[in-house]
Design a binder for this molecule. Structure first.
Ligand code: ABU
Length: 490
């Protein structure tokens, strides 16, 4: 029906309106078909192929880049195939990652953002988006519980970078000379984080030249901080986690805030995963004390279902981000512009060009209101409790922790009949360790569901089921358990 030629007939080509409209309509049809399928339980979560199979183009998706233009029809086929062999993270049976779901308003926001193709560094190119970012950051700071005259922040590429910002700011706060004189001008610093915190804390210590050895992983902060002083180190920073990556556990923020206060340390809360719970009256007490933090990482692309990526670093001390990162490139941040240049927020960032991550989030907030987000988050936690209840009832599954989940991750082992009769010991442990990857591989080949697994702290491989996907219903949780049982027989 459509006889498309190549891209050269698309706008801005003269007379390209109609072909452009048709092309985009076709793209939107492809997206709609994908969204529709993603929401159907009888469709696969993924159509798995090994890298060599996809690379070889066996399934028709030719990844090589041509010298000659492809036809627009082929471009549409490429779009279809790309989605066909990808993973449907919005499928109700996708339990694999903390970020999941397919929010239609968020998607519209992301599409609009790309259409605007704007850059967040200056007000002159992103007037509306810059103001929306400000509104969102203020709202998040209010929810954290900071005072009216406190609070700053920026959206940045993911929780790792947000955490990196927190260390960068802590170091600058105590030693502003680091910006010009570098690490050589500083004493040997010590930073602290709990054992189950995200690996980005250690990575940031490496990236910032502090050294991974100086990011001390603690079980208890009480003894380790004074011990580090006696070793000649200068403690400056403590990270507390609100929602650990695997267990979804919450550090006692008030206790940690007391310690930080006593030792005059920067307190950061990595609430990348747990931040969303602040919106829920039912669950926000898990983050009690977060208002005492000097900085907070919060990823709306996790618990709030905003399309990737959407991550904020919130900073209590206003102006610090700018002071720490400002270099004042004159080609971009001219001081003599005809508007209030405090809205040229780009120099707060360690990036130059910055993607508009705020708009889709703002649009979702408009569409749902705080109440809609709260309901969505509460439902995800109810799903986690449902899974916990099911696992408790069954003898073929064993919870990693017997207590009710604090967040939307539930960790467990499956023990098939062949292992149940084995006595506890290394042989059984070794077999159990192999089981989760084996089941997952079969599940991926089948495409029926996706769930993660890992070993942790001496525990052999166990499943981590994430329930942040708003599409998931209790029947999907039942299905997952049945699948594990079915695929785990050998
Ligand atoms: N940034 C942590 C994400 C981890 C996960 O989705 O499993």
């Amino acid at each position: 029906e459509h006889n498309y030629s190549t891209y050269i007939y698309l706008l801005p080509a003269f007379g390209g309106e109609e072909i452009t409209r048709k092309f985009l309509q076709e793209v939107s049809n492809i997206l709609w078909a994908y969204i529709h399928k993603s929401n159907q339980r009888n469709s696969k979560v993924l159509d798995f192929h090994h890298p060599h199979q996809l690379k070889a183009g066996l399934e028709g998706l030719n990844m090589e880049l041509p010298d000659q233009p492809e036809t627009l029809e082929q471009i549409l086929v490429d779009c279809r195939d790309t989605l066909k062999y990808g993973v449907r993270t919005g499928h109700p049976r996708f339990f694999n990652q903390l970020s999941s779901g397919l929010d239609v308003v968020g998607l519209a926001g992301e599409w609009l953002t790309s259409t605007a193709n704007s850059n967040m560094f200056t007000y002159e190119v992103s007037p509306v988006f810059v103001l929306m970012e400000e509104v969102l950051l203020k709202k998040m700071q209010n929810i954290v519980g900071w005072l009216e005259d406190e609070g700053d922040g920026i959206f940045c590429p993911g929780g790792t970078i947000s955490n990196l910002y927190s260390i960068l700011l802590a170091r600058y706060h105590f030693y502003p000379e680091v910006k010009t004189r570098g690490m050589g001008a500083l004493p040997q610093l010590a930073l602290f984080t709990s054992e189950h915190s995200h690996y980005s804390l250690k990575k940031s210590a490496a990236v910032l030249g502090l050294g991974t050895d100086n990011m001390v992983m603690v079980k208890s902060y009480y003894e380790v901080i004074p011990a580090s002083v006696s070793q000649g180190l200068v403690p400056i920073y403590v990270n507390a986690t609100a929602g650990t990556t695997v267990y979804g556990a919450f550090d006692p923020l008030n206790d940690i805030a007391d310690i930080c206060h006593r030792h005059s340390l920067w307190m950061h809360v990595d609430a990348a995963w747990g931040g969303g719970l602040l919106i829920s009256d039912r669950h926000r007490m898990k983050l009690q004390g977060i208002e005492r933090a000097w900085s907070v990482t919060w990823n709306p692309h996790k618990m709030m279902g905003v399309p990737l990526q959407c991550s904020a670093i919130l900073v209590k001390k206003r102006g610090l981000l700018k002071e720490c990162n400002e270099l004042g490139a004159e080609y971009l941040f001219q001081k003599d512009k005809h508007y209030d240049v405090s809205y040229d927020t780009g120099d707060k960032s360690i990036q130059c060009g910055r993607h508009v991550d705020a708009f889709k989030f703002w649009l979702m907030w408009k569409a749902k209101g705080s109440e809609g987000f709260e309901a969505q988050i509460n439902k995800c936690l109810e799903n986690a409790e449902y899974l916990y209840d099911q696992l408790q009832r069954r003898t073929d599954f064993k919870l990693v922790f017997d207590s009710k989940p604090e967040h939307c991750t539930v960790c467990f082992w499956y023990t098939p009949p062949s292992l149940r009769c084995l006595p506890a010991g290394p042989e059984k442990e070794a077999k159990l360790h192999q089981l989760a990857p084996w089941i997952k591989a079969r599940m991926m080949e089948k495409g029926s569901a996706m769930v993660g697994y890992q070993p942790l702290g001496g525990k052999v491989n166990f499943f981590r089921c994430v329930l942040s996907n708003p599409a998931t219903q209790q029947e999907d949780i039942d299905f997952l358990l049945d699948q594990i049982v079915q695929l785990g027989q050998y």
